[in-house]
Design a protein around this ligand. Structure first.
Ligand code: PLP
Length: 410
C-alpha cells in the first residue's frame, strides 16, 4: 500500500540533499570543533559557514545571533527561562492560550514559580484581539512569547506588528516568538519587518533536516542568561559540543526551503485548497478550523461533528494515510485539543478533529487518495453514532438541540 504522508507539521523526512551534506561530518570529519588541530579547525570553519548561511535567511543579522540548540523545545525553554534569569525584577509574562506545550507548559511552570502569566484568548477563527494584547502589557511585563504560526491550525499571528507594539509600549519588554512552524514556510526578515523581535525559536526537523537540531535567534544586546550551563560553546550562551553534522544539514535544509519558496507555497496551497473544497463538498457538518484567519499554505484542520478524531485516524491509517488529530491522545489524554477549545469549536465537533499538513513530497495523487478515502471513513463512523441518521446522511432530529447548544447552527 502506498503511504500518503500528510503530517508534515509533526515532522518531515530528511531531504536526500541534506543527508548527503551531512555524511562527511558523520564519518571522516568527526572532529570536535573546539579542538586546536587543523582537522578540528576545518570542522569549526564548516560550522561557522553554516551559521552564516542560516543567518542570511533572516535578513541582515549577525551570524553570532544564531544559537544552535537541540530542538525548538530547548530554544523556547532557553528564551523564557533565560529572559527571566536576566531580568529578575519583572514578573509578568504575556502569551496565548494556543501555544505549543513547549511554550505553554514552560509558562505554567513560571506561574508555579510565582510569575504572573496572561494567556490571551483567540476568537472562533483563531485570531488574537490586538486591543486585548495592548491592554495585557504592564509596567512589570518581562516577556511576550507568542507563536508565529500555529502547529494545529496553521493560523499565522501578526508577530511583526505585535513585536512593534510591544517595543513602542516599553522597549525593555522582551519579545520572543516560537516560529517552529513558519521557518521554511514564510520569509522572516529580522532586520526589516521583524526587527522588533528579540528572540525566535525553531527546529530543523520541520523543514527536512534531522530531529535533534534547533535554533534560537537572540538579538545582540538582549539581556538573557544561558539555560544549558557547562562549556564555552556558542560564546558561552549554550553549553554542549556542537552537533556538527546536523548543523551542516540544517544549513542545507534552509537553502532548499527558501530557494523556491513562493512557487512551492503556491503549489502546496493549491493542493490544500482543493482538498478543503472537495472535502467540504462531500462531507456535511464539517468545521474548517482557522479558515477565517491568515493561514500557512500547507495546513488543513477539520472537525467532523459526532465522531472521534482518533477513530478517524486509525481508519485513515488502515488506508495508508498518515495524519494527526488535534487532541492530545498521543500523550495519553483524551482531552480535546487546547487550541480548538480556545477557538470554541462546537463541542459536538471538537473531538472529531483531524489535521492534514502537506509538504514538499506530496502530490496531487495524495490529495486524490484523501478525497476518495476520508469522506467514506467519516460516513462509516457516523453510521455508528447515536446522533446520526445514516439514511438521510444528516443528524437525527434529537441531535439538532445539541448542535444548537454547541453553537454549530449559527
Ligand atoms: N513549537 C511548535 C509550534 C511546534 O509545532 C513544535 C513541534 O511540534 C515545537 C515547538 C517543538 O518542537 P521540537 O519537538 O522539535 O522541540
Amino acid at each position: 500500500m502506498r503511504l500518503v504522508y500528510v503530517d508534515n507539521n509533526a515532522t518531515t523526512p530528511i531531504a536526500p540533499e541534506v543527508f548527503e551534506a551531512m555524511v562527511p561530518y558523520l564519518t571522516k570529519e568527526f572532529f570536535n570543533p573546539s579542538s586546536m588541530y587543523e582537522p578540528a579547525r576545518r570542522v569549526a570553519r564548516a560550522v561557522r559557514e553554516a551559521r552564516q548561511r542560516i543567518a542570511r535567511f533572516f535578513g541582515r543579522i549577525a551570524p553570532s545571533e544564531i544559537l544552535f540548540t537541540s530542538c525548538a523545545t530547548e530554544s523556547n525553554n532557553t528564551a523564557i527561562v533565560g529572559a527571566a534569569k536576566a531580568n529578575p525584577h519583572r514578573r509578568h509574562i504575556v502569551t496565548t492560550a494556543v501555544e505549543h506545550p513547549a511554550v505553554l507548559e514552560v509558562c505554567k511552570e513560571m506561574q508555579r514559580n510565582g510569575y504572573d502569566v496572561t494567556f490571551l484568548p483567540v476568537d472562533r477563527h483563531g485570531n488574537l484581539d490586538i486591543s486585548e494584547f495592548i491592554r495585557a502589557l504592564r509596567p512589570d511585563t518581562l516577556l511576550v512569547t507568542i507563536m508565529h504560526a500555529n502547529n494545529e491550525t496553521g493560523v499565522v499571528f501578526p508577530v511583526a506588528e505585535l513585536a512593534r507594539i510591544t517595543k513602542e509600549t516599553d522597549p525593555a519588554i522582551l519579545f520572543h516568538t516560537d516560529a517552529t512552524q513558519s521557518v521554511g514556510k514564510l520569509r522572516i526578515d529580522l532586520s526589516g519587518e521583524y526587527r522588533h523581535v528579540d528572540m525566535l525559536s525553531f527546529s530543523g526537523h520541520k523543514l527536512h533536516a534531522p530531529k535533534g537540531i534547533g535554533v534560537l535567534f537572540v538579538r545582540k544586546g538582549t539581556p538573557m542568561r544561558p539555560f544549558m550551563i557547562g562549556g564555552h560553546q556558542e560564546n558561552g550562551r549554550r553549553a554542549g559540543t556542537e552537533n556538527v553534522p546536523y548543523i551542516i544539514g540544517l544549513a542545507k535544509a534552509m537553502e532548499l526551503a527558501y530557494e523556491n519558496l513562493e512557487e512551492e507555497n503556491r503549489r502546496i496551497a493549491q493542493m490544500r485548497d482543493r482538498l478543503e473544497r472537495e472535502l467540504a463538498a462531500r462531507i456535511p457538518y464539517l468545521e474548517i478550523n482557522g479558515k477565517g484567519a491568515p493561514r500557512l499554505p500547507n495546513t488543513l484542520n477539520l472537525s467532523c461533528h459526532f465522531i472521534e478524531g482518533e477513530a478517524i485516524l486509525i481508519e485513515l491509517s488502515e488506508h495508508g494515510i498518515c495524519a494527526s488529530s488535534g487532541s492530545a491522545c498521543t500523550s495519553g489524554s483524551l482531552e480535546p485539543s487546547h487550541v480548538l477549545l480556545a477557538m470554541k469549536v462546537p463541542f459536538t465537533a471538537v473531538h472529531g478533529s483531524v489535521r492534514f499538513s502537506l509538504g514538499r513530497y506530496n502530490t496531487e495523487e495524495d490529495i486524490d487518495r484523501i478525497i476518495e478515502v476520508f469522506p467514506q471513513v467519516v460516513e462509516q463512523l457516523r453510521r455508528a453514532s447515536p446522533y446520526w441518521d445514516a439514511k438521510r446522511n444528516a443528524p437525527r432530529e434529537e441531535a439538532y438541540g445539541l448542535l444548537q447548544e454547541a453553537g454549530a447552527l449559527t
